[in-house]
Design a protein around this ligand. Structure first.
Ligand code: BGC
Length: 751
């Protein structure tokens, strides 16, 4: 606080600070652990002119908001994104060429969630915080914690899960790890931002119960348990009002009920109304130039710049609203590297790359294995690796979450590294991202985004390259084993019909059909070589009915970061025992999902969340629908048994104990999942809801008793009429298992 006190005294004596003195104050920052002094913040606000305050509540460049040099208040510096620190942009919108910004590229959010390992969530945040600090940032725009409502959402790879509890638990660790480094987390996008189609305007029609039970809990967790210093509003509307300046979301719930004392940052260009932004809780407006003039931004014309000033000067809006925003921003600045010294950061160190590797190892999910895996290196002379995704790099693609990776080990490289000179690795691309430009001459720009239903586009996206396929089959025939690496593509660069075909921001997928003829390719490889393992990448599942039954092994690798290729190879060859578990249900077609079969997706102007609280397994399990792979599912190379369940009730806290034993002959890990079911609820409730989990690593033969506590919230639901959380007395069944469809032990408890 020393610097600010000094500023106050100086100011009282009417001395204007010179630029050089200001710099001195900037370098003379308070120590890392200091408590934020509200009195100091108040005094500072009282010294500011209206212009200075207004300058702080909107952008001053693409990734900064304004400071007050006269008082030693710096600009606040933001950076994307959820799984790595984004390219350096300077003050504009183009990555600066040749800039030293290479950074650690961690696996994407859904890969982190698949680890079900809270410690890794923490380490993930720590790495990001450390690197963001080294790059001179104050706020990191992550984690992405929107619920996976439909498998078609183009940004699912950035998000964590279809389940609010798993999302919250993993995100809290991330936030704590990040902020421990002095970098503010900015969990996003609050709230119900579950599609990219029409993302700037779509109006989500949704019940309060669904908001509170499904779409809010992870945000509540990062605020209440994680202590997030900022939150990002979303683009969409909820029930008619833009979420970034939503009275209920921001004022009543976030800042009211959850007691959030941090900063609500808009999404980039999500502010649409000055008055609402001023009074309904938006604290900083960013990115508005993206919808106006991208290359010539006029920051004074932002909604929360001159228009806000005019409303205050005319008396239409009380200045107290601006004071509150400025106070929040200063609080964040004191907490973070903006005004407090948190020590130097580190970038591209081996420890960070090791975290990227660990997350990939624990987050890649083995879904099918008839005994083919792990492959035995000493039984293979020639190994064919087939598939475009085996060599494609993903770090710098997909939208705002792109990372200038220091390096990225592709699956082919990972496999070659592990095989060394012992095995001959041969490669064929097999399929290629392909399009015939002439067919799309008439579908460009805005029209392209209208082309979702364009059959020609869809057909083309599915088409195979016969020659590449033929080459691949020939290799498959002569190899001892085949690893096919395919799936989705992340990024939309340069592909007009990429609209709706990829994992990417601002796009949703059209359906879950495997693209570029991969379905036929897999079928033909399976016929050509009986020792074929399938590895798919992607922020969601693909349709499986035509290729999975004849495939012997299937590994889902998401987008596994800079060490992804290493981890894939280690798992395929048994150096690492897989322990990832699905954070979303894998059904066959997107039309199976409740967002499509009951509710709407992507809607048209409005999107009706008619499935209400029945998202993901809450729907599939309650209605006993056929699926391919359930929520929480993932195979291991060892066998784990569950036994000896015990419940103890103490003051409405239920302690669930169970024993797990590794009955196989190698080490491995299991996730003990605890689901709660009310046996006779007075309102509709899902057949099960995840309320606790613990990941345990076990040596061969080892046995561990796991204890998981369920508090009152684990049994409560959001009452649709009383509009508050209610814990209903009655009999509850506690279910312990290792997926939502594999409940091993149950016991009832009367509460
Ligand atoms: C995205 C955000 C991102 C922001 C800044 C927006 O388009 O929705 O997630 O943080 O851009 O790049």
């Amino acid at each position: 606080m020393k610097n600010i006190l000094l500023i106050l005294i100086t100011f009282t004596y009417g001395i204007t600070l010179s630029a050089c003195e200001v710099n001195q104050y900037e370098s003379d920052r308070a120590s890392a652990t200091s408590e934020v002094s509200e009195a100091n913040i108040d005094s500072l606000v009282s010294l500011m002119t209206l212009d200075e305050k207004i300058g702080m509540i909107h952008a001053s460049s693409s990734f900064t908001s304004g400071g007050v040099p006269r008082l030693g208040i710096p600009e606040l510096v933001f950076s994307d994104g959820p799984h790595g620190v984004r390219h350096e942009h300077g003050r504009g919108w183009h990555a600066i060429e040749g800039y030293d910004d290479r950074s650690t590229y961690l696996p994407v959010g859904i890969n982190l969630a698949s680890t079900w390992n809270r410690d890794l969530g923490y380490q993930f945040g720590e790495v990001l915080g450390n690197e963001a600090k080294e790059r001179g940032k104050n706020v990191l725009l992550g984690p992405g914690i929107n619920i996976i409502r439909s498998p078609l959402n183009g940004r699912n790879f950035e998000y964590l899960s279809e389940d609010p509890y798993l999302t919250g638990e993993m995100a809290v660790g991330y936030v704590l790890g990040l902020q421990e480094q002095g970098i503010a987390a900015c969990p996003k996008h609050y709230a119900a931002n579950n599609q990219e189609t029409d993302r700037h305007n779509i109006d989500v029609i949704i019940s309060k119960r669904a908001l509170h039970e499904i779409y809010f809990p992870a945000f509540r967790d990062v605020v209440v348990d994680g202590g997030a210093w900022s939150i990002m509003g979303a683009y969409n509307k909820i029930n008619g009002q833009y979420t970034t300046h939503h009275e209920y979301l921001n004022n009543e719930i976030l800042k009211g009920k959850w007691g959030f004392d941090g900063v609500v940052v808009s999404d980039w260009a999500s502010v649409k109304d000055t008055r609402e932004a001023l009074i309904y809780g938006t604290d900083i407006e960013m990115g508005t130039e993206l919808l106006r003039d991208f290359d010539n931004p006029v920051y004074e014309e932002f909604y929360m710049a001159n228009p806000a000033k005019e409303m205050i000067e005319s008396g239409e809006i009380d200045e107290k609203y601006v004071d509150d925003k400025v106070r929040r921003i200063l609080r964040l600045m004191y907490r973070s590297t903006a005004l407090t010294d948190h020590g130097p950061g580190q970038r591209n160190v081996e420890e960070h790359q090791q975290v990227a590797l660990e997350v990939a190892r624990e987050g890649i999910v083995l879904l099918k294995n008839d005994g083919l895996l792990p492959l035995a290196k000493n039984e293979i002379e020639t190994l064919a690796v087939i598939g475009h995704n085996a060599t494609r790099k993903y770090a710098e693609r997909g939208g705002s979450s792109q990372v200038p990776a220091l390096y990225e080990i592709t699956p082919l490289e990972g496999i070659e590294n592990l095989m060394g000179d012992d095995v001959e690795v041969i490669y064929a691309e097999g399929y290629e991202p392909y399009y015939d430009e002439s067919l799309f001459a008439d579908i460009t720009g805005d029209a392209a985004s209208q082309s979702r239903e364009n059959v020609r586009e869809v057909e083309l996206a599915r088409s195979a390259n016969e020659q590449l396929m033929q080459e691949a089959i020939e290799l498959a025939e002569l190899a001892d084993a085949v690893i096919f690496v395919g799936g989705w593509i992340k990024g939309h660069e340069g592909m007009p019909w990429g609209e709706g075909t990829y994992d990417a921001e601002a796009r949703d997928k059209l359906n879950l059909k495997l693209i570029f003829g991969q379905e036929e390719l897999i079928q033909r490889i399976n016929e050509a070589n009986d020792n074929t393992a399938i590895v798919l990448m992607g922020g969601s599942n693909v349709e499986m009915e035509n290729w999975l039954p004849d495939s012997r092994a299937y590994l889902h690798a998401w987008y596994p970061g800079m060490e992804g290729g290493t981890a894939i190879a280690e798992i395929l060859f048994g150096e690492v025992n897989p322990s990832g578990k699905l954070p979303m249900t894998f059904s066959n077609a997107h039309t199976d999902y409740p967002s499509h079969s009951i509710g709407e997706f992507p809607g048209d102007g409005t999107v009706d969340y008619a499935e209400d609280i029945y998202v993901g397994y809450r729907y599939f399990d309650t209605h006993d629908r056929d699926i391919f792979f359930p929520f929480g599912f993932g195979l291991s190379y060892t066998t784990i048994e569950f036994s000896d369940m015990d419940l103890t009730v103490n003051d409405d806290v239920v302690l669930v104990q169970s024993t797990i034993t590794n009955t196989g002959d190698r080490e491995g890990a299991e996730v003990v999942q605890v689901y709660v079911h009310h046996k006779d609820p007075s309102v509709d409730r899902p057949i099960r809801e995840l309320k606790g989990f613990e990941k345990v690593h076990l040596d061969a033969g080892e046995s561990v008793t796991v204890e998981i506590e369920l508090d009152e919230m684990a049994f409560s639901y959001f009452h649709p009429d009383q509009l508050e959380w209610v814990m209903e007395p009655g009999e509850y069944q506690i279910q312990v298992g290792n997926s939502s469809r594999d409940i091993k032990l149950t016991q009832n408890v009367e509460l």
